[in-house]
Design a protein around this ligand. Sequence first.
Ligand code: FAD
Length: 532
Amino acid sequence: MKRIQGWGNKETDYPVPEPAKRYLEEVVGKAATLRNRPVEDLLKKVPDSKLPPHTLIKTEPADRLSHARGQSLNDWVDMCDGLVDTFPDGVAYPTSEEDVRKLIQFASENQVNLVPYGGGSSVVGHLTPPGEGQPTLSVDLKYLNQLRNLNEESLEATFGAGVSGPHLEEQLKKQGYILGHFPQSWEYSTLGGWIVTRSVGQQSYHYGRIEPLFVSGHMETPSGPFTLPRVPKSAAGPDLRHILLGSEARLGILTTATMRIRNLPEEERFYAAFFPNFEIGALAVRKIAQAELQLSMLRLSDAMETETTFQLSGEEKLVNIAKKGLNLFGQGEERCMLIYGLTGDHAANQLADRQLAHIVRSYQGMMVKFYLGEAWMEKRFLTPYLRNTLWDLGYALDTLETALPWDNLKETRKDVLRSIKSGLEDENEPVLVFSHISHVYTNGGSLYITYLYRRAQDPHQTLDRWKKLKASASQAIVAHGGTITHQHGVGIDHKDYISAEKGTLGMRMIKDLIKDVDPKQIMNTGKLVDLD
Ligand SMILES: Cc1cc2nc3c(=O)[nH]c(=O)nc-3n(C[C@H](O)[C@H](O)[C@H](O)COP(=O)(O)OP(=O)(O)OC[C@H]3O[C@@H](n4cnc5c(N)ncnc54)[C@H](O)[C@@H]3O)c2cc1C
């Protein structure tokens, strides 16, 4: 059963091992154990619905509470500490395109704000109902989850847009195919959510981001149905797929999507390598990316992330032995771990592995072909559960991300990390911050930053701390010309920063498009951009 407070299902836990607790106490200090507000209290806060009755709409408090927020830090404080104060006025669970059309019609006639709900895994406030004004209806797409068509000749599969990651791959695997889109939220996030937020899977290096996987689709909009043609490529003017991609529900509800699929890979393996420090590791990763080796993943952790990963593994003895071994081979205190993936046929994997090993060694690196890569693979969808246990221990954890050209990555990283590390100095609160490079391209890479700080007794203060850290990091990213988001999207949290990337005319184009397709402003108002 899905948790209302925190990430994932209630049956899964990822305990923080004792040595890791000691490590966190050393780095950020001992935290006070704080209890979540009982769910019963939150249910009592759900006000009467402002929606007129409709056969497809449920207005029970439990449905409305469970669709009130996503997974941003602000959402966590709202749901766990009880600050949640806006709720959808109802939740609909359409089972067909016709249902979706009826709901849009209803929203248009009654001036209702529609918030499509996929897996609820947004980390930037995409799902928060606006406080005042028109009522909000959450449209949960979980029943639009079937494989509608499999075209084996063109290697394409059409799905209902509400299908979750595991259900999508399970349906494809039975037929011998794979989509290969594995964001860390894969357990819950959905195809529709991936498309409208421009999501990126962990093996994007092989399978691509969601954009190249998305062939065509059908969206129900307030101005009528909109279907993209099924063509492999087109020179017929601007690519309208890119208007749906990243539209963040401002244009309509995506009901189906046709995706490029592949044959299941013959084999898949994950291994590790170490570099003496981040600068050298980043040079090697750039070299590997620019050599265009046939890998499926490259992820270089900085020294702090490498150390924290070791500590959180709970394998104290093993870690001490590993560190001694690494030291002997010149991988000292500043060591940085690279995890890489090989996906494909055996011969191609072997070749890529040899080519990678050659580059790694030429940058003073050391290959580790046992345990670490496999351990990463096994825990890759379990790691988000750590956020639950850390929260219970009194620590708030959040992430942010950007992408930059190689020539600008190093300086930006330093400034962003510095801004976060010193972000709570005025309160004498230390912050643990670390980063990794992932999703590499020949001309640049994405930078993924994780930070952890102590929750305060007063949840407003926990939130204020997050706001300070998020604002200073975002400002540093934008000042360096980085994108405010490489994969999480804009939602509410990044809204103030997208004009730096789009420019005045670009912002006008986006706003005019939304106003044209959604003249009554009933689609996810207040997200992505503010309309003038
Ligand atoms: C633990 C964790 C790990 C994550 N890891 C990654 C990662 O590796 N890569 C990555 O890219 N992101 C990641 N994310 C962010 C998040 O999973 C993505 O943004 C994801 O694409 C959201 O999909 P969802 O189905 O959960 O959408 P939701 O959160 O339900 O919705 C997000 C937005 O999409 C809209 N929407 C959803 N479905 C539709 C539809 N059918 N039609 C129109 N609009 C729709 C919603 O209205 C909302 O505006 C992570 C989040 C968490 C919590």
